[in-house]
Write a protein that binds this ligand. Structure first.
Ligand SMILES: [Zn+2]
Length: 195
């Protein structure tokens, strides 16, 4: 591992990145585990899915609402593009996209007054999709500035583009799930038998 990069600590920032990953994998279309992934969720399902991804944050952010489903899906797509860029080492592209997201809504830099004290970037009075746009972009921007972006990956299995956080010791994770890992093992085995 790059010696200049500190390990992830499970901080508020790291948890926001995990929530952003969950949001992308649940809402952004593409491929998953060998199949086309096109969720086509109702506005209520979009809101429920986003609320599940960002559950567990005690920072008074309002809930995602079905009336904001379109904006919530747009956020998932924007974050997906950033994860793809970072997963393919296209950092300048990710930076341009992150700066666009950071400028989209007003931010409100502050520390939480209750423990665990953490640095928050978003205005909690804004709707959830707006607040978490700034929150997710700020967390990912911090990943870029600290070198942690190399922990972000996109599944290398055929017909899968789900994203993940790689916490293996030598940053060697290649697949989104055991399922994709096993699919690739079977494929490699078949390939070998063909020769
Ligand atoms: Zn996968």
């Amino acid at each position: 591992m790059d010696a200049t990069r500190t390990p992830l600590s499970g901080s508020h920032r790291d948890r926001v990145v995990l929530a952003a990953i969950e949001l992308v994998n649940a809402l952004a279309p593409g491929h998953e585990h060998g199949h086309v992934f096109a969720p086509g969720l109702s506005p209520v399902d979009v809101a429920n899915t986003a609320n599940a991804a960002f559950a567990g944050f005690s920072d008074n952010q309002s809930d995602f609402e079905p009336s904001d489903a379109r904006e919530t899906l747009a956020l998932a797509l924007s974050l997906q593009r950033i994860f793809f860029a970072l997963g393919s080492q296209r950092v300048p592209e990710a930076i341009a996209l992150l700066n666009m997201l950071l400028g989209k809504y007003p931010s409100a830099l502050h520390l939480s007054v209750d423990e665990p004290w953490s640095l928050h970037y978003h205005d909690h009075t804004l709707p959830a999709h707006a607040g978490w746009t700034t929150g997710s972009a700020a967390a990912l921007a911090s990943f870029v500035s600290s070198g942690h972006w190399a922990y972000l990956g996109t599944c290398e299995a055929i017909a899968c583009d789900r994203v993940f956080l790689d916490v293996t010791r030598n940053t060697s994770r290649r697949f989104c799930s055991v399922r994709c890992q096993n699919r690739e093992k079977v494929r490699a085995f078949r390939r070998r038998r063909e020769y």
